[in-house]
Design a protein around this ligand. Structure first.
Ligand SMILES: O=C(O)c1ccc[n+]([C@@H]2O[C@H](COP(=O)([O-])O)[C@@H](O)[C@H]2O)c1
Ligand SMILES: Cc1cc2nc[nH]c2cc1C
Length: 316
């Protein structure tokens, strides 16, 4: 083809070949992993939905009715769901339950969780690749989350880690109105002031993070050590990647950003990570839905890289 004629697909080929350190890249076996957790900060009225939705959606993922259930089925990708700490009373059949508590505490009163719990959540996240019985040869993980209130937690994490004005990072999440958006910015501002002493990534995670975000951090650290490709979903997933890359800069090097979500903070975090998203569909669902949507483009990149004839082939 003319030089770089496949544009961003060529960039993706280079990225995938670099991450996998091979000239014959392969994306499969692959798995979608969705981590769920509830957030005490939701009690401040910063989401359009109540915390009960988190547990309901965990069940829905496994029943097959959620967007990610259908996208995973469409692309023949196994879907694994982990309850890292939802407020739901039941253990959802089919989900791996490693609940640390029934949601975090509101981080306007105190830390969302203790430093010990944050450390434990990251350690549990590290074990997930093995505990989820994901094929040991798995090349690619499509990572997403579910947690009412987690765009507020994510904005607070990013504000503290990047030293940015919360107004640049707070968005409408599940589609809150103008007045709630103003309140949400105020909540994140107060949280940043209250937890300003938190410096280390784990301290920041304990101060304003969430169980599913901490679990993702652990999974990312482990996946990076094993050289797995991480296809990141939206704003919360990218914030988890930011936290993880502060612990191990190698995490960033195995990440591909699947899409640019409608959350304004997503763009800020992707830029800080130096990641350029594959697609922009103004999605703000979470659940790894953006990762599953971008998946076929990655598949095309790998197939073309492996099979396209070069001028040398034609001369033979
Ligand atoms: O992925 C994103 O960028 C994204 C943007 C907005 C909302 N979400 C999803 O919606 C939930 C968080 O929204 P909220 O308003 O409750 O903070 C959580 O379950 C996320 O998966 C996800
Ligand atoms: C219905 C619903 C589905 C979701 N999926 C991810 N976050 C979500 C939030 C809500 C409210």
């Amino acid at each position: 083809m003319p030089r770089w004629a496949l544009g961003r697909l060529c960039d993706l080929m280079v990225e995938i070949v670099r991450i996998q350190e091979t000239d014959s890249p392969a994306l499969r076996p692959a798995a979608v992993v969705v981590l769920a957790g509830d957030h005490g900060i939701a009690s401040e009225g910063v989401s359009a939905y109540p915390s009960e939705i988190t547990g309901l959606m965990v069940a829905n993922f496994l029943r097959g009715g959620a967007a990610i259930s259908l996208l995973a089925k469409q692309h023949r990708l196994p879907l694994r769901v982990v309850d890292m700490g939802t407020a739901t009373a039941e253990v959802v059949p089919g989900a791996l339950s490693v609940r640390l508590a029934k949601g975090t505490k509101s981080f306007l009163d105190r830390q969302a969780m203790s430093l010990e719990t944050a450390t434990e959540a990251v350690a549990i996240g590290r074990q997930l690749l093995d505990r989820l019985a994901i094929d040991p040869g798995t090349s690619t993980l499509l990572l997403g989350e579910m947690g009412i209130g987690n765009t507020t937690s994510s904005a607070a994490l990013a504000a503290l880690l990047l030293d940015r004005d919360p107004a640049d990072l707070v968005g409408r999440g599940t589609l809150i109105d103008e007045a709630t958006l103003a309140k949400k910015i105020d909540v994140v501002r107060r949280a940043v002031t209250l937890h300003a002493q938190a410096r280390e990534p784990l301290e920041v995670l304990a101060a304003v993070g969430g169980f599913e975000l901490a679990g993702m951090v652990g999974m990312m650290l482990e996946a990076a050590e094993r050289g797995r490709l991480l296809l990141l979903d939206g704003f919360p997933a990218s914030v988890a990647a930011l936290v993880a890359s502060r612990i191990d800069p190698g995490v960033r090097d195995v990440c591909i950003a699947s899409h640019r979500s409608a959350e304004p903070g997503h763009d800020v975090v992707l830029e800080a990570l130096g990641l350029v998203p594959v697609v922009e569909m103004r999605m703000r669902l979470g659940e790894a839905s953006g990762a599953a949507l971008a998946w076929p483009l990655l598949e095309s990149a790998v197939m073309l890289y492996r099979e396209m004839a070069t001028f040398d082939d034609l001369a033979q």
